[in-house]
Design a protein around this ligand. Structure first.
Ligand code: AMP
Ligand code: MG
Length: 335
């Protein structure tokens, strides 16, 4: 069994090729980036349409797989941006018709979880899923990945990118903030917003924006390097402490012994350290999805597509579902 998976929910157009044993044969992607602003959906759509064929060809070339060897086409059906989702759905439907192979629509958030489970070997983790648009604490219960906690506004990745935009860091800002924060020395107090296992970031963004404005007013409309480092450090300490606290509360209440970190922000070195330390204190296992599979990619879509297909899931309606929630999916493949 060889599955070709297509990812296009937001900034990334990805094509992954995965075999029945879960081995990733190719994982090619083109990521929409900017120098200073955020993602404009139409610009990202244009980017995807322009590069789709190139990404597909690269994946086929790198894997040595021929189009005719493919048994299954999987695509990210949602959640995501309407325009970019359509770019991947159109390619997936075309390939499925052309090759006369089944088409399977995958929930993007669940794909992040499944690739994490596959690479970690975890069977039944509590997952902290941290992406651009989504941030959820998930665990399997009664047939579905249930949401035990989540952001009440933006995903933590979007929060970091928006914060980075205030400092002119461009998109994606997360990796740059990760590096700048390592040079920070002084903690600048910021809001700390958590309610049970839910949390929110927009107040922290407004709060950080004010601190940046104060710094500019004080410093001749410039930002000193020391302040830049300190504010990145403080933002990371604050929001990652919130995520760690919410995950710890979930572990305390739900009877699971594994913590999985997945999604683009899983690449963050500080978040990994905080969660590892909490897991050690609690005596539970902790693993992080490999960096190359952390951000949006086609291999995770292929991997989740194979699992669903093997469990006889069929996609009858391939229309995109922009607001498809993780807990709306019957995860019949999970044992
Ligand atoms: P995804 O939507 O899952 O592809 O995740 C993309 C998000 O991950 C973007 O918001 C990035 O800024 C963020 N990201 C990537 N690497 C890092 C990092 N090292 N630290 C923090 N955020 C990151
Ligand atoms: Mg994602």
């Amino acid at each position: 069994m060889i599955c070709l998976g297509i990812e296009s929910t937001a900034h990334t157009f990805g094509v992954g090729i995965v075999d029945g044993s879960g081995k990733v044969l190719a994982n090619e992607k083109a990521i929409f980036t900017t120098e200073s602003g955020g993602i404009r959906p139409y610009k990202a759509f244009e980017h995807h349409v322009l590069l789709a064929e190139f990404v597909l060809k690269s994946a086929l070339q790198n894997s040595g797989v021929k189009l005719n060897d493919i048994d299954l086409i999987a695509f990210a059906q949602g959640p995501g941006l309407g325009l970019t989702l359509r770019s991947g759905a159109v390619m997936a439907r075309t390939l499925s018709k052309l090759l006369k192979k089944p088409l399977i629509g995958v929930n993007h958030c669940i794909a992040h979880v499944e690739i994490g489970k596959q690479t970690s070997g975890f069977k039944d983790p509590i997952t902290l899923y941290v992406s651009g648009a989504n941030t959820q604490i998930l665990a399997f219960a009664a047939g579905r990945y249930r949401v035990f906690g989540e952001t009440l506004d933006t995903g933590v990745g979007n929060f970091l990118d928006n914060f980075g935009r205030l400092l002119g860091l461009g998109f994606p800002a997360g990796p740059k903030i990760d590096e700048l924060a390592k040079l920070g020395k002084n903690y600048i107090p910021l809001n700390y917003t958590i309610k049970g296992m839910d949390f929110s970031f927009s107040g922290i963004l407004t709060n950080a924006e004010k601190k940046i404005r104060d710094e500019r007013e004080k410093n001749n409309w410039k930002i000193s390097d020391a302040f830049l480092h300190d504010i990145c450090y403080s933002v990371q300490e604050t929001v990652f402490a919130i995520l760690t606290e919410a995950t710890e509360r979930a572990i305390a209440h739900i009877n699971k012994r594994e913590i999985l970190l997945t999604g683009g922000v899983a690449a963050n070195t500080r978040l990994q350290v905080m969660l590892a330390s909490m897991a050690k204190d609690r005596g539970v296992k902790f693993k992080v999805v490999p960096r190359e599979l952390a951000g949006d990619n086609g291999a995770m879509i292929a991997c989740a597509g194979i699992l669903a297909h093997q469990a006889k899931v069929q996609t009858k309606d391939s229309a995109i579902v922009q607001n498809w929630r993780t807990d709306q999916v019957n995860a019949v493949w999970v044992k």
